[in-house]
Design a protein around this ligand. Structure first.
Ligand SMILES: [Zn+2]
Length: 417
């Protein structure tokens, strides 16, 4: 079979028709609709000389054995957020399948190296709040003890939901076996942001995923009656938090790709007749450079202490979660750039703000790179998520080129060097 990018678009539409409703894609991991998507995907493998199995974390693996056991990995995820879009994760998987078909066709079922396509389980963490679940098991960075007790909004335990799909959480470490012979990992994804569209470029090479520092910043003031407490003597915790919410714009603004967000603020007692005595703000800071991330964290901390003093409050910080910046492999970045240039004429290099399974694969020490295709309006995790069909087709061609040069790179013995 030769490469047919139009088939990828047609299959994505087929998947959309099968697993979406009026509100968008409903392929939430560990649900019946997700299992239906995986069944549908399996039906697409008929007639291909491949082996398929699921690992201990529920990741689906399709292997096209090659002359060498060394493997090129391609990946995506069929799961979606509730009311999600038709491309997030699914494009990666279906484009990967098209590339695998091309290798099977061109080399009479036996390419020079082994080609493996993975459908990561539960990339989104939409139901239990744990993203990159399957890929972290693969990478050996799972958090089984913290995860098993997680519950969904109906009180169903994560451990039980996984068991219903044939996955035992205690066996997650066995998924690390799939790392064997993995020489490189490629992932195509929609950008989910506005950068490529603003530059009028269809494709970009991803330099890495930004590191994240996520904290709860709690300001303590004094609850007091809204009617009787003069403005001058108030210790208003919300006033201090508000100053920080504005200050993070200039803290992030010093660096071209840095972002800082206060996405949630809770006030206590939270009634209109009381000055806010306690305010909990959730702060998320991201950058590709660890030094920049550390600087932003320090500056936000100093600013919060200053604002607390100004408002006669105190402040305390507690870390919710963090991950280090993950830079992709220089040799693969170079090849990705070249593949895009040959396919689309021009290329842009950018970091990824959202995390992806590719970050976990890279953490496992496997040379990795990602390619982004333009998102219309920069919108994702929404049923209106979209990309021009000509750009989708171009992305399949560019991924295919990148796969070809990556196979050459693996054959030349440079992978892992
Ligand atoms: Zn995704």
């Amino acid at each position: 079979m030769s490469l047919d990018p139009k088939r990828t678009v047609a299959e994505l539409k087929e998947l959309r028709a099968l697993t979406s409703d009026d509100n968008g894609a409903q392929r939430v991991a560990w649900t019946d609709t997700w299992l239906k998507a995986r069944e549908w995907f399996k039906s697409k493998l008929k007639g291909l000389p491949v082996e398929q199995h699921f690992d201990a974390a529920g990741n689906g693996w399709v292997t096209l054995p090659g002359a060498s056991e060394k493997a090129l990995l391609l990946g995506g995820h069929l799961d979606s957020v509730p009311n999600g879009g038709w491309l997030d994760g699914a494009l990666d998987e279906m484009a990967g399948l098209e590339v695998l078909r091309r290798f099977a066709g061109e080399f009479n079922g036996r390419p020079p190296v082994t080609i493996r396509l993975v459908d990561w389980a539960d990339e989104e963490g939409a139901r239990f709040g744990r993203s990159l679940l399957g890929s972290s098991a693969f990478a050996g960075t799972h958090s089984i003890e913290a995860d098993r007790k997680r519950t969904d909004k109906d009180g169903i335990r994560m451990e039980d939901a996984l068991r219903r799909c044939g996955v035992e959480i205690d066996r997650f470490p066995e998924a690390e076996r799939e790392q064997q012979n993995a020489a490189a990992y490629l992932e195509l994804h929609i950008e989910q942001g506005p950068v490529l569209e603003s530059k009028q470029l269809p494709l970009g090479v991803v330099l890495g995923t930004k590191g994240v520092e996520r904290h709860t910043v709690t300001f303590h003031g004094q609850e007091a009656h809204s009617g009787s407490t003069p403005m001058k003597v108030r210790r208003d915790a919300l006033a201090a938090a508000s100053k920080l919410a504005l200050e993070i714009r200039s803290i992030a603004g010093k660096h071209p790709d840095a972002v800082c967000t206060i996405g949630s603020v809770k006030t206590f007692p939270g009634i209109v007749t009381a000055v806010v005595g306690r305010c909990e703000a959730a702060l998320d800071q991201r950058d590709l450079d660890a030094a920049v991330l550390a600087q932003m964290h320090r500056e936000a901390k100093e600013a919060s202490e200053r604002f607390a003093r100004e408002e006669k409050c105190t402040v305390e910080w507690s870390r919710i979660w963090n991950i280090e910046p993950i830079a992709f492999h220089p040799a693969l970045i170079e090849r990705c750039e070249q593949a895009i240039r040959e396919t689309a004429g021009a290329v842009h290099k950018l970091p990824s703000g959202p995390l992806h399974d590719a970050a976990e694969v890279s953490r496992a020490g496997i040379p990795t790179v990602m390619m982004f295709v333009q998102s219309l309006g920069g919108i994702s995790h929404n049923k209106i998520e979209d990309t021009k069909e000509e750009h989708l087709e171009m992305s399949v061609r560019a991924l295919d080129r990148l796969a070809t040069t990556t196979v050459e790179w693996i054959q030349a013995g440079k992978a892992g060097a």
